[in-house]
Design a binder for this molecule. Structure first.
Ligand SMILES: Cc1cc2nc3c(=O)[nH]c(=O)nc-3n(C[C@H](O)[C@H](O)[C@H](O)COP(=O)(O)O)c2cc1C
Length: 387
């Protein structure tokens, strides 16, 4: 077994073991990928303080996200097609998260369905909603998440239309993959992936296929999803969805203080400062740079989470020290899943927990709830002096 010491180790194995089409789908941003790159590199501009001669015994990372207990301030972000990175991927990731004591978020565009994940887990998970034009389907989808006892609805606001990712077009991304000569040649080197995939029945979009009239196969599905995402989504529709759900709501994809103020106005339990991992608006600010102005606009009255660019526990520590109550990780857990299945997701979480715990201790803190601005050094003008 290879020795895994950091998320990059899992990323290398993920690349080796997963068909190119799906690895590329994960490891890409839109257009020039500027925002994708800066999401991670901007974390490096923040430094951690080193304090000494402070008692480091009895440390704890336990805290709460939207009032729910978490073993550390990290949730698994919604990631579409997770079940193509590894057979039954959503179930494996959800099981790893529940054993670890952190929330798992199931994407609307998952391979395993809401019911399937609920059946194979014992604790409630969060459900991420893409808003669709088909109101009947939308209502039924929300009802299904309620029936499955999902403990929060994460409404994603930054994907009404799809940002272009060049690699997905070039690779002909589809689920399941179409067996072109290039795909067959690639699969010949990824036997384990193929064998596991042949052994599962979960190879299509589980929340959609069979639940929408006329969508019984994947060839119609691509057409349907392209037409179905609702480009007319606005704050009044978000309010309607909130009423339909009638439970904890997290609004994901906020990058601008004005939108954060709107989110507070419609009422939600938390927002996620996010640019979708650099997959939508290329040229947007990295999430970590966008965080501070948002906290200044709504911090104190609204719980603020952050995702996009987190690859280590040090990154989590920096986000929390800046003022985020919690974080989400996307690629970091997908690398674990693609590398080693459920055990790989657990390993990714262990790596992040260990880095977070040790780095927190070095800043002189023993309780994650005490981590704050005095734990970090932020360069002047970090959030930019934009006009
Ligand atoms: C492969 C992939 C698929 C994604 N699919 C979804 C999705 O279905 N719904 C959603 O709200 N966000 C989706 N996201 C965005 C993530 O929820 C999250 O915002 C992002 O991954 C955070 O950035 P990170 O990967 O750098 O941690 C996806 C991200 C990736 C990498």
């Amino acid at each position: 077994m290879p020795v895994i010491t950091c998320i990059d180790d899992l990323k290398r194995l993920h690349k080796r073991r997963t068909p190119k089409m799906f690895y590329d789908y994960c490891e890409s941003g839109s257009w020039t990928e500027q925002t994708f790159r800066e999401n991670t590199s901007d974390f490096n501009d923040i430094r951690l303080r080193q304090r000494v001669a402070v008692n480091m015994e009895g440390r704890t990372l336990e805290t709460e996200m939207i009032g729910q207990k978490v073993s550390m301030p990290v949730a698994l972000a919604p990631v579409g097609l997770t079940g193509m990175q590894r057979a039954d991927g959503e179930i494996k990731a959800a099981r790893a998260a529940e054993k670890f004591g952190v929330p798992f978020t199931l994407s609307t565009m998952s391979i395993c369905s809401i019911e399937d994940v609920a059946e194979h887990t014992t604790k409630p998970f969060w459900f991420q909603l893409y808003t669709m034009k088909d109101q009947d389907y939308l209502r039924r989808l929300i009802g299904r998440a309620k029936d499955a006892k999902c403990s929060a609805l994460v409404i994603t606001l930054d994907l009404q239309i799809l940002g272009q990712r060049h690699k997905d077009l070039k690779n002909g991304l589809s689920a399941p993959p179409k067996l072109t000569p290039a795909v067959i040649a690639d699969l010949m080197t990824k036997w384990n992936w193929g064998i596991e995939m042949l052994q599962t029945k979960r190879r299509q979009f589980g929340n959609i296929v069979g639940h929408v009239t006329g969508v019984e196969d994947t060839s119609r599905l691509g057409e349907w999803t392209a037409q179905q995402f609702d480009p007319a989504l606005d704050w009044s529709k978000i309010e309607e969805i909130k009423t339909m759900w009638d439970g904890p709501v997290i609004l994901k994809g906020i990058l601008d203080p004005e939108d954060a103020v709107m989110a507070r106005k419609v009422g939600c339990d938390a927002i996620v400062v996010s640019n979708h991992g650099g997959r939508q608006q290329d040229g947007a600010l990295s999430s970590i740079r966008a965080l501070d102005p948002i906290l200044q606009a709504v911090g104190g009255d609204l719980e603020v989470h952050l995702d996009s660019g987190i690859r280590s526990g040090q990154d989590v520590l920096k986000a929390v020290a800046m003022g985020a109550t919690g974080t989400m990780i996307g690629r970091a857990f997908v690398h674990g899943l693609g590398a080693q299945g459920e055990a790989g997701v657990t390993r990714a979480l262990e790596v992040i927990r260990n880095e977070l715990d040790i780095s927190m201790a070095f800043t002189g803190k023993r309780d994650i709830k005490d981590v704050g601005r005095d734990s970090i050094l932020v360069p002047a003008g970090f959030s930019g002096d934009w006009v």
